[in-house]
Design a protein around this ligand. Sequence first.
Ligand code: ZN
Length: 477
Amino acid sequence: MTTIKSYVCSVRFSIIVVFCVMVLGTIGYFAFANTHNESTADGAQSDHSTHDEHSSQHIDGDHDDHANFSATIAIPQIVLWEQDEEIKILRDYLRIPTPHPDIDYKPCVNFLQVLASNLNFSMQISYPADEQNPIVLMTWPGSQPELPTIVLNSHMDVVPVYEEFWTHPPFAAEMDNKGNIYARGAQDMKSVGMQYLAAIRALHRDGVQQLKRTIHVLFVPDEELGGRRGMAAFVKTDQFNSLNVGLLLDEGGPVESGPLGVLVGERTIWQIEFTFHGHSGHGSRLFNNTAGEKLNYVLNKFMEFRKEEMKKLNELRYPYGNVTTINLTKVKGGVENNVIPPEMSATFDIRISINVDLDEFEQMLRRWCDEAGGNITMNFAERGIKEEVTSIDSVYWQAFKNATNEIGIEVEPTIRIGASDSRFIRRLGIAALGFSPMPNTIPKLHEHNEYINAGTYLKGIDAYKKIIVNLGNLGNV
Ligand code: ZN
């Protein structure tokens, strides 16, 4: 380690010297140099064992007291990142567009095939739902293949973009002068898929040829549409059963400050269309039991309930996992201004807290319908079941936590706000932890200008190295 560090130091020292000479000769050029220009990187050699160095240099730069000196070291840092093999791989992956709808996964699968080959991993491609939605599975066999395996999961698909709101093109993976790489999927979650493989490459370079447990690296489609044509279909296959999964790692989310949430469970999703049938007639009359009255009653009940939940969230500071969220998402009905319609409908998106009894919750909704006058149908577009929560008493959690402690990343178990593919795994009684090593990062999932900082990304690779080793070397549990 010492030799590597002194080598790195000497390389960096040389870079600084070379750079300073170049600055003296071509001040004007460098003042406006585009850091994406490969020519600024002449002579800069990337070393993949220097991720800590990269990030600490980035963080330590003191711009107040030593502005000039900082300026001279800040640019080589960017140059190093530009040249870093792992950053290049990440950016290449981010440049493969996989936004919904109608995704062509072929370029993505071909790209993954090359990465698998370079690692000498076998790679299986299967289509459990339909031929547009491939499941990609790479395998690193363990020395004790009978032990339950560890699956490193990521989804290949991303949500659509509104390109006009992006400061950088969303599929160009441009890096700004702070090292922020902008692309759809930079946080959610193509970066994580690449970090898994980068960590394994780094372990191979460190001489770790095998862990006790088999490690599978899984890439799935369709997560952003609910996973029906991805993970939900895959978990029903013999192939999945044969994997003998002990733990699946999946996506978490970035945080701007404070501990990183490790997602251990999810709320239950219900999306219900209520159709209110009532007395129809001329708009000049006053009838009882109109569709509008019934809609009004049920809507008010929902909004009162919602107000209480908002109090829990905003005043009592409950975490999202312990709050039921309710939103009116669609209203339909009526044909003419002067005709009382025979029916109207309203759809609610409901995410039910992990503490709520689902039967009791449904009874409450049906009671509201009765109180409103009856003759109301409830049509479930989505009716999730009670979701399982991964226990933090397990050895998997302990091994995971120890790894993050070692690397200095503070984590805390959390219930997810939205849904992820992990729910299909937990429903089978298999442990799943959602984690994205992105501290000090503004959450931009599904938003414009999604980004990841190069230093954060590289540090995350170091985190996964420790996590994968700790989990992969767990004996029988
Ligand atoms: Zn995601």
